[in-house]
Design a protein around this ligand. Structure first.
Ligand SMILES: [Zn+2]
Length: 77
């Protein structure tokens, strides 16, 4: 039943693995390419970028855009 709910309503991504830092490796999963760190949802197995500075998981496209924008601001400053 939980699986069925995931299919129709999407996973809430409530539980994650410990963040995995992949900086320095040649092959980087897409999720980790943004921050260099990613977590895996223990419910559905999807990978998400993880921001160590903010201590949060970046799950939505809008958060992803914000993160990229903040990176650009930091580089400009
Ligand atoms: Zn999930």
């Amino acid at each position: 039943m939980a699986k069925l709910i995931d299919v129709f309503f999407g996973c809430r991504h409530a539980r994650y693995s410990f963040p995995v830092t992949i900086r320095g490796t040649a092959r980087r999963p897409q999720a980790g390419a943004l921050t260099g760190t990613y977590v895996v949802c223990l419910e559905c197995g999807r990978e998400f970028p993880y921001d160590w500075q903010e201590m949060k998981v970046i799950t939505s496209p809008s958060e992803r855009r914000e993160y990229v924008a903040s990176l650009a601001t930091k580089q400009a400053a």
